[in-house]
Design a protein around this ligand. Structure first.
Ligand code: ATP
Length: 240
């Protein structure tokens, strides 16, 4: 184990060709905690989650999770170790039904009755999906699609859930609903969560710890209970 931390990211660096997206990011997350990452467009938020989940190759640094070294491992392997990423943009399989999307999320881990049971659990978590069970995912509302991709990510029973801008493009009422479900699941499942958002409001309500990422570096890291809006704004916008 690396310290007592469930997730430990050390000096993570990622580049796309010559352009640097992460310039040495370090983060420790104890089990059961929720970490929020906020930052403007292009700050590197998606890259950070992708690097943990094995979706981009890492130039330098390490990622350890639950005693394992994830650095450089394949995305499928990392998923099988209990890490699930909900990417930005609600990418469901639009022509497949809600049911089929959920089955795809779980089939690598379960089959037969266990797969059906895992799906039933998600339908209990997200009752709106039961109402839309046989409909193509592409016909769902934005909020329902966001619920579907979260439910699909939970089909593998992850212990670390990575959420990339879950509120993007959704009406505030729907965002409230999505976050209320996440808060319930977090306590019932003891999930550890990292969530990216462009703005601070939800993060300050939902997360234990907040990090401001700008131009590939953390500019501020603080417990959400101790942060002032002035500090937040100056880290986010780069004011002196
Ligand atoms: P947003 O809020 O817009 O999603 P972000 O904070 O998630 O932004 P990233 O998507 O991680 O930021 O992007 C970080 C930087 O890396 C940006 O400059 C972006 O243009 C660049 N980048 C991201 N993905 C790629 C890619 N596949 N190829 C080349 N450059 C990329």
């Amino acid at each position: 184990m690396h310290g007592s931390h469930f997730l430990q990211i050390r000096d993570l660096q990622v580049s796309y060709g010559g352009s640097v997206a992460l310039r040495g990011v370090s983060l420790k997350v104890p089990k059961g905690r929720t970490v929020g990452i906020i930052g403007p467009n292009g700050a590197g938020k998606s890259t950070l989650l992708a690097a943990v989940a094995g979706g981009v190759s890492v130039l330098g640094g390490t990622v350890h999770f639950d005693g394992r070294d994830l650095t450089g491992a394949k995305a499928e392997t990392i998923a099988s170790w209990g890490v699930s990423l909900v990417p930005e943009g609600r990418h469901s399989f639009g022509s497949m039904t809600v049911e089929e999307n959920l089955l795809v999320g779980g089939y690598l881990r379960y089959s037969g009755t266990a797969l059906r049971n895992a799906m039933e659990t998600q339908l209990q978590n997200f009752p709106r999906l039961r109402e839309r069970f046989r409909q193509p995912a592409g016909k769902l509302s934005g909020g329902e699609q966001q619920m579907l991709v979260i439910a699909r990510a939970l089909m593998t029973q992850p212990r670390l859930l990575l959420l990339d801008e879950p509120s993007l493009g959704l009406a505030p009422k729907i965002v409230d609903e999505v976050y209320a479900i996440l808060a319930e699941l977090r306590s019932s499942l003891g999930l550890t969560i990292i969530v990216n958002e462009q703005t601070s409001r939800r993060i300050l309500q939902f997360a234990d710890q907040v990090h401001v990422l700008r131009e590939g570096e953390f500019r501020l890291s603080s417990p959400t209970s101790q942060i002032s809006s002035e500090e937040l704004a100056s880290a986010y916008f780069g004011h002196q």
